[in-house]
Design a protein around this ligand. Structure first.
Ligand code: ADP
Ligand code: GLC
Length: 488
């Protein structure tokens, strides 16, 4: 195999620990570094959000002379570089009126009104930055709709003729869909505004741009790669994806075990190892106290949920079965999540009669998410669809058994428990309905009451290896395959 360093640019709209709303940030914060350890010469580019600068890492302006066009408006911007030792360098596109805001994409009232402007600008600015470098990438790896125009601009520019593009879909449900009047801002001519291009049912989609114009498309699990080519999961883009079938790949996400392990996690009150789980009981007591739950729950199963509150995640499915869970099955429930207002109110109302056995914490709080991962017995993920899902992978590492709907990445990462053989890593259900969800939880509670089997299932999960080292190798293989193709 050719071992010369492959030059790659990795572009995303968020990356942990600088700016995070969901799993994309975890991926963008870890995958580039795992690739760097495999000798890939990789640079990361992010929007220069307020949150990135507030993070406190030293940064310096490396370019002050660049501009990008937004329609007929010339927008100057700076490029700042974050200094991080032994990590892929991070370049941020810095322009205050675009990115210096309290949130990444919007506030309680909805998305920012100018997200089209912000991310068209971002795509054009990244393209201008790459044109200005003497670092000529062999591959540009774009992620989700915010980066979808980059493959289009690259295809139109002969300077990138030798460079391949990979577009990774982390979630087909977010399509960067805008009205036709915003299209002129892209600077693309009208030939791109048609069904084989960016046009999408009377509007245009930045996600579709990425799907159509990149050399290859990947998504974050093999099952989701198949699902999105069907009408059920394809969000009306399944036809586009089927037409590119030979270039659609499903590569599973990984976990950064340096950040997500009960052996080293400093946010939890006691560390523990697969061989000695006594610390996990301390974590459970801590969680019960922190959430003001009844101490009697120490002897009952506590179920955790850590999730964006979005219809995707299926959290509404638990509302009709709440009394069954709490009164009949005697479980405790801790939910950490924010998002959809109606869902938030519905959950709060449903939980009111169950003080002491139900806690709903409505905020984004990474430290508490870790205390739930460590202190709960099970983590429930009833998603309607799930491209990969990371919390089930974290849960397994923390000896917390996932109860999941078998969809997308859940299907590829959680195997059904067989209580007779002690095999398996979690409990799965097939249909996105409350009855199926309840059946899986009933089975889980039954096995919880068999401590030896439960211990075995915990140990199965804790010994799984979903490390980025492994996952990054699959990306490297794909990068190599794409960059070895002839460019004609
Ligand atoms: P998605 O990207 O669809 O939200 P993932 O499971 O891939 O789903 O990733 C979600 C990430 O966001 C995980 O790191 C999870 O711990 C984190 N997360 C979600 N909601 C919260 C919250 N309210 N507080 C803290 N972390 C959260
Ligand atoms: C998305 C998906 C989630 C996935 C994450 C990272 O937000 O909803 O399933 O794990 O991206 O790829």
């Amino acid at each position: 195999m050719d071992n010369t360093a492959l030059r790659v640019v990795f572009i995303a709209a968020e990356a942990a620990p600088f700016a995070k709303t969901g799993g994309l940030a975890d991926v963008a914060g870890s995958l580039p570094n795992a690739l760097r350890r495999l000798n890939v010469d990789i640079r990361v580019v992010l929007p220069g959000y307020r949150q990135v600068f507030e993070h406190g890492l030293p940064h310096e302006a490396v370019r002050t002379d660049l501009h990008a066009w937004l329609g007929s408006q010339r927008l100057d911007f700076q490029v700042r570089k974050l200094s991080i030792e032994n990590a892929a360098p991070i370049y941020v596109i810095d322009r205050e009126d675009m990115f210096d805001r309290p949130h990444l994409y919007g506030n309680a009232d909805g998305d920012y009104y100018d997200n089209a402007e912000r991310f068209i600008f971002f795509c054009r600015a990244v393209t201008a930055l790459m044109q200005s470098w003497d670092f000529t990438p062999r591959l540009v790896h774009c992620n989700d709709w915010h980066t979808g125009l980059i493959p289009v601009y690259m295809q139109l520019d002969p300077a990138f003729r030798q460079c391949k593009t990979l577009f990774t879909v982390h979630n087909l449900g977010y399509s960067g869909l805008f009205t036709s009047d915003k299209f002129a801002l892209t600077g693309l001519d009208a030939s791109h505004y048609q069904p084989n291009g960016l046009e999408f049912y009377g509007r245009w989609s930045m996600l579709k741009a990425g799907l159509v114009y990149s050399r290859a498309v990947s998504t974050v699990s093999p099952t989701y790669a198949r699902e999105i080519q069907t009408p059920e999961y394809g969000k009306a883009l399944d036809g586009v994806l089927r037409s590119r079938q030979a270039s659609v790949f499903g590569l599973l996400n990984g976990v950064n075990y340096e950040l997500w392990s009960p052996e080293t996690d400093s946010s939890i009150p006691a560390q523990y190892t697969p061989g000695d789980l006594s610390g996990k009981r301390i974590c459970k007591a801590d969680l019960i106290r922190a959430c003001q739950l009844d101490e009697s729950l120490m002897e009952c199963p506590v179920i955790g949920i850590i999730s964006r509150l979005d219809i995707q995640k299926g959290i509404d499915l638990i509302i009709p079965i709440l009394s069954e869970l709490i009164e009949s099955l005697k479980v405790g429930l801790v939910i950490l999540g924010t998002g959809n207002e109606t869902l938030q109110q519905g959950l709060q109302r449903a939980g009111e009669p169950y003080a002491g056995r139900f806690a709903f914490i409505q905020r984004f709080d990474e430290e508490l998410s870790r205390r739930i991962l460590a202190g709960a017995d099970m983590l429930l993920i009833p998603s309607r669809y799930e491209p990969c899902g990371l919390t089930q992978l974290y849960a397994m590492k923390y000896g917390t058994i996932p109860v999941v709907r078998a969809t997308g990445g859940m299907n590829d990462t959680v195997s059904e428990v067989n209580e007779h053989t002690g095999k398996g890593t979690g409990f799965t259900f097939k249909h996105a309905d409350s009855a199926d969800c309840l059946t899986a939880i009933q089975k889980a509670v039954g096995v919880y009451r068999m401590p030896l089997v439960w211990r075995r299932i915990q140990s199965n999960g804790m010994s799984m290896d979903f490390s980025w080292e492994k996952a990054a190798r699959n990306y490297l293989l794909l990068y190599r395959e794409l960059t070895m193709e002839s460019t004609n």
